[in-house]
Design a protein around this ligand. Structure first.
Ligand code: TXA
Ligand code: MG
Length: 353
């Protein structure tokens, strides 16, 4: 076991002496978990192959899954990428700092272990004072996947990081809950037209305001497992966000969803199984069986995104056998929410009718 240092930092006005401790660890090749506006990341010096290997080991992450490189200055993208097309420049101006990751051709300075052996690199500038201060003080781009054990839901609280990685990493910076709750949108600008590999905090509708054409990778919006062509986005083919419990997503029009969730809950409770239900503000009062949790309001999908991973972890902690979750319409942030829910459930989807 490693000794893990836990540091509480102010999210709005990070204490410089604490950031300096963490930055020193990054510069020496160590591992630091830190908050971003999306989820907590597990950071290492992106240009130090040994340090990046440490991330894979700590998370038990498959080596072919590339890692996003975080910068604190748009200019740094030009050093990491071989070529920054006009479209990338416009997107950086519109959405950085923020939850948009751009996949570009990688320059020689990016180690192969960071890109999972690909010739492209994923870059983003986070919108969180702690993340930006850490990158600036480290004076290094920081490679950081979500700070969970591979396959588990992404961490939106430092407690989640502690649960998964305590004793496996050097520092955890705790600045409270993350704001967005689902990860960044991963946009591949090396394909034509640009393609969303992972829907996230910046929506398709947002991107369409800047790009003439943009498509969603079929696997990112799929309702069943899609065979992903070689290495376009290796993350797609790995098991993800999975609770320990079995999970079912009920999709469709709200009234039929409620009816179906009730039916399923009754069935499983009668079979002696402990049931958890992920509902919404508008529907939670309809259920009288199982442990019922509201993800947020259907009129405010940002609230659903913020709570999603935390609630999946909570239901696991309550040792339910089965989680039945309501789907939401896959529009706006709903596309990212449904992508996470469907994958968490291993595409175990039922249509409410
Ligand atoms: O919001 C986020 O993006 C968070 C915070 C910490 O920044 N990070 C995050 O990283 O979610 P991770 O490793 O959990 O997810 C990164 C995703 C994976 O699906 C990976 O396959 C994809 O981005 N990715 C990374 N580099 C890529 C590349 N060069 N080409 C295609 N996909 C890439
Ligand atoms: Mg992840």
């Amino acid at each position: 076991m490693k000794e893990t240092i836990l540091l509480r930092v102010n999210a709005e006005d990070p204490e410089l002496e604490k950031i300096k401790i963490a930055a020193g660890v990054i510069r020496r090749g160590g591992l630091v978990a830190f908050p971003t506006e999306t989820v907590y990341g597990l950071g290492a010096d992106a240009l130090n192959p040994e340090a990046v290997k440490g991330i894979f080991a700590a998370k038990m992450r498959p080596l072919d899954n590339p890692i996003i490189v975080h910068v604190a200055d748009k200019e740094d993208a030009y050093k990491l990428a071989l070529d920054v097309p006009e479209s990338a420049r416009k997107l950086m101006d519109a959405f950085w700092p923020g939850p948009l990751t751009l996949v570009l051709k990688a320059s020689d300075i990016v180690p192969k272990v960071t890109t999972g052996g690909l010739d492209t690199v994923a870059i983003r500038m986070p919108r969180h004072k702690v993340a930006l201060a850490l990158i600036m003080e480290s004076r290094r781009p920081i490679a950081a996947p979500s700070a969970n054990l591979a396959g588990r839901p992404s961490p939106t609280l430092a407690e989640h990081v502690i649960r998964d990685l305590y004793g496996r990493i050097d520092v955890i910076l705790d600045a409270g809950p993350t704001n967005i709750g689902v990860e960044s949108t991963v946009l591949d600008l090396t394909s034509s037209p640009p393609q969303i590999l992972r829907p996230g905090g910046v929506t398709l509708e947002d991107l369409k305001k800047i790009l003439v054409e943009v498509v969603v990778h079929p696997a990112a919006a799929a309702k069943s497992e899609v065979h992903v062509e070689h290495a376009r986005s290796p993350g797609m083919k790995h098991k993800h966000y999975a609770p320990k419990a079995e999970m079912i997503i009920v999709e469709g029009e709200l009234n039929s969803v409620i009816k179906k969730v009730k039916e399923l809950a009754e069935h499983y409770v009668r079979a002696g199984r402990k049931v958890g239900i992920l509902a919404t503000e508008e529907s939670m009062c309809k259920y009288d069986l199982g442990i019922v949790k509201s993800m947020g309001s259907r009129r405010d999908l940002a609230s659903v995104a913020r709570n999603l991973f935390k609630l999946i972890r909570e239901l696991d902690d309550e040792r339910v056998d089965i989680i039945i979750a309501e789907g939401v319409p896959p529009k706006g942030l709903g596309l990212a929410i449904m992508n996470r829910l469907r994958r968490a459930a291993g595409y175990n989807i039922v249509e409410g009718r």
